[in-house]
Design a protein around this ligand. Structure first.
Ligand SMILES: O=C([C@H](O)CO)[C@H](O)[C@H](O)COP(=O)(O)O
Length: 256
């Protein structure tokens, strides 16, 4: 073989190796949630992922609901009340039943971020929440667990109303995959509640975000237009007479 062909061969093998390294990094270490983020920014700019909040309080009901809706959603969330009632083993059960879906453990961790996030990842969660109001070291601890397991951490901004955009930007810099701009069930129940304030803060913050707080068929289009990575829907699905049909309709409207 001539020297020129040898050099070409070395360049080709080197190039292939470099490409394989990036593939491994992308599909292995970086994890599913970063793939969602990547697709949203570079592959499917206007696609919003649909996350169902399984806000029931026992595992059989959660598994039934997940079974009814899974084909229409991207992310199955174990709501905080479910994890408190059924335990972290519920995360493993939902992941075992739906290995093709991203499983989100809504722990809303307020302290011991690395320890609690590690529990969820160990149980099979792909994403876990830490409170956006938690101590910065708690958020950083959860992120450290995410890096260790190759999974993602979401900062839940529930209860933050004043100065929300500033705090969103702060926690985004701590390495969370995205920020959940969230009005909890109690806040939603107050007269005058509007999802619009969440959307406005999402638009202004300029970091990847999800929206939770009464997302339904009438609002999911605005959630997408605001630029959200993920739309979270609980009551609009589990309170519907046919949760599967409700999820299908949300999916249709999300990307209409
Ligand atoms: O996170 C939630 C709440 O704090 C209870 O755990 C809900 O899952 C979230 O608000 C989404 O539910 P809906 O507001 O009913 O869509």
């Amino acid at each position: 073989m001539s020297t020129e062909s040898e050099r070409l061969l070395v360049v080709c093998i080197g190039g292939l190796g470099f490409f394989m390294c990036w593939l491994l990094l992308f599909f292995g270490v970086v994890g599913d949630c970063w793939r969602v983020r990547f697709l949203c920014f570079f592959g499917e700019e206007f696609v919003v992922r649909l996350q169902v909040a399984l806000d029931v309080v026992d595992l059989p009901s959660a598994l039934t609901l997940a079974y009814q809706v899974s084909e229409h959603v991207d992310i199955l969330e174990l709501g905080t009340p479910l994890v408190k009632s059924a335990g972290i083993g519920a995360v493993s059960a939902v992941k075992a039943a739906h290995p093709d879906k991203l499983v989100f453990a809504d722990l809303k961790t307020a302290d011991a971020g690395e320890l609690e996030a590690g529990l969820a990842f160990e149980a099979g969660a792909d994403l876990v929440t830490v409170m956006g109001t938690a101590d910065d070291d708690t958020v950083r601890g959860a992120v450290a667990a995410g890096l260790k397991y190759g999974k993602s951490v979401v900062a839940d901004m529930i209860t933050v109303v004043q100065g929300r955009v500033d705090r969103i930007r702060e926690v985004a810099k701590m390495g969370v995959s995205f920020v959940e701009i969230h009005a909890g069930l109690d806040e939603q129940a107050r007269p005058g509640y509007s999802i619009e304030t969440l959307l406005a803060d999402g638009r202004e913050a300029g970091v990847p975000f999800s929206i939770a707080g009464g997302v339904g068929p009438d609002t999911i289009g605005s959630v997408r237009e605001a630029g959200a990575t993920v739309a979270v829907a609980g009551g609009a699905i589990y309170n519907a007479p046919d949760p599967g049909a409700a999820a299908r309709e949300l999916r249709k409207r999300a990307n209409a």
